[in-house]
Design a protein around this ligand. Structure first.
Ligand code: TTP
Length: 185
């Protein structure tokens, strides 16, 4: 598995899969000029899978990438409290999309899937944002929040894949692994 994300590993384990090796794939995640959120997610997932596949030519490699988008606007992976606040202010009271791409490099080559989930947040109060910032949970997360934590209480509607929002859409991942000729129990 080409991921340094403990959440992705937890999701795989949730369905009884245990990767032989877990290796982070460090790549440049900067969007290209005018790149759409969907194309960005797919490109990065594929690049992560290929990078680790080059290091481990005989292994099957699974990678994923999550991008949060408001229309065509890509929200950053929030690295500071100020970025978390800016993301939450944008997401408050509206619907956004979480795009997670999964890529598998296996015996049949490289394949990928894109999973799109629409998430609506309640209108956030100043107190909601302040206490979320204090929790620190939004740091390092695409779009500045993690649905599996306190921000779960901000969600009024979700259409798509919950596991996709957390970082690895399980139904599509299992299908992709099976389609790539890998045996998954
Ligand atoms: C929206 C959202 C994102 N996230 C996380 C999932 C991803 O780990 C992260 C998005 O960044 P990614 O670049 O997709 O992943 P990563 O850098 O954490 O891990 P790796 O590339 O090694 O696989 O945001 C949540 O945990 N919960 C959420 O609700």
């Amino acid at each position: 598995m080409a991921s340094a994300s403990p959440r992705r590993l937890d999701l795989l384990r949730q369905v009884g899969l245990e990767p032989d090796t877990v290796l982070g794939a460090e790549i440049d995640e900067t969007p290209k000029p005018k790149e759409t959120p969907r194309l960005l997610a797919v490109r990065l997932a594929r690049e992560k899978a290929l990078k680790v596949a080059a290091e481990r030519p005989d292994a099957a490699v699974l990678a994923a990438d999550t991008v949060v988008a408001l229309g065509r606007r890509i929200l950053p992976k929030a690295e500071t409290g100020a970025e978390v606040r800016a993301c939450l202010e944008l997401l408050s009271g509206r619907a956004h999309k979480v795009l997670t791409a999964v890529a598998v490099s296996g015996p049949k080559g490289l394949t990928s899937r894109l999973v799109e989930t629409r998430v609506r947040f309640k209108r956030l109060t100043g107190a909601d944002i302040a206490s979320y910032l204090e929790s620190g949970e939004g740091l390092g997360k695409a779009g500045g929040y993690a649905i599996q934590g306190r921000a779960g209480a901000f969600v009024t509607e979700l259409t798509g894949s919950y596991s996709g929002v957390v970082g690895l859409p399980l139904y599509e991942t299992l299908n992709l692994l099976t389609g790539a000729g890998l045996k998954v129990r």
